[in-house]
Write a protein that binds this ligand. Sequence first.
Ligand code: GDD
Ligand code: MG
Length: 370
Amino acid sequence: MKALILVGGFGTRLRPLTLKHPKPLVEFANKPMILHQIEALKAIGVTEVVLAINYKPEEMMNFLKDFDTKLDIKITCSQETEPLGTAGPLALARDKLIDDSGEPFFVLNSDVISEYPLKLMIEFHRAHGGEASIMVTKVDEPSKYGVVVMEESTGKVKRFVEKPKAFVGNNINAGIYLLNQSVVDRIELKPTSIEKEVFPKIAAENKLYAMALPGFWMDIGQPMDYIAGLRLYLDSLRKKSPSKLAIGPHIVGNVLVDETAEIGEGCLVGPDVAVGPGCVVESGARLSSCSLMSGVTIKKHACISSSIIGWSSTVGQGTRLEKTVLGEAVHVKTSLEGVVYVCDDFYSNGGAVFPDREMESSNLKPESNV
Ligand code: GDD
Ligand code: MG
């Protein structure tokens, strides 16, 4: 069985992390996002993964070159010369996807995280006999997703509306599809949206079916959702493989600490924290709801919450960061004793710091009354 992962897109909503690295290589729970997906595909018997790429292909292929052998799965690349959207890449990869086996293939958005119940999806697809299956999940705020109106008893999709302006329902497209090879024949080799141009047509022919995704789900392509997704992922890990979570006097709740990271005396780490490879968290630091990418140093008594700290960055002694995304190699210098700084908006210049910067923490948005 084969799969195609849509790894194009510029990842603008996850800047500044995506300024230096393609979004699928941004670490989530101490592992590049795309590895979570490739491992899940491998686990259910997928033998070849096609990466539909249009942005920074060299870095991606360079990173993945050893994984074919490590994971024993064929990884190939289908490279666009212009962005082909979410359907055009299927037409471009036609020769890789269509073969004599006649088997359906998976398509995944690269930024969705879940328990990937792909085996169940194969069973669902076989049972309904339609042309395409999509996974759906329920959310409170559906307007930023594709909304699916379906017959609850059979899953038959009546309507698919991408990013609706008015409320149509709260079952949304989870970005995980299983498609018959015939779907490729519906797509021309030009920029095309699977959500706007392909699914509505298949639905109109009563051949599109939706399956409710069991377990958690999140599109982690935006900072706030990335942090919410980390909490859900760690909750799920607690239930499925609790031994992977850190334990100890300084750990609170669900925390993942890479074995090469160091945590100093008197720290309080958690809940919902991922500390990546080679990180150093010095004594007395406090971390909650945050992710430290590899090589980050948190100096003594710094306090970080609801934040993502990019590769090899340093947060100075006593500095407090909240709702902040630091790009790669940002060095926030030690704050003055007794002064506390809070960046309270991910999207303001203060809340998202571009890579390769050195800055006084007073350059971040100060909130003196904390
Ligand atoms: N190869 C390639 N080329 N990939 C692309 C391109 C392109 O031109 N444009 C986007 N992609 C990839 C992105 O990298 C991502 O993996 C996927 O297609 C979806 O793009 P996003 O930009 O993340 O879309 P979205 O999050 O706004 O909406 C999509 O995902 C939601 C679920 O998270 C839609 O599929 C919605 O219907 C869905 O609900
Ligand atoms: Mg997305």
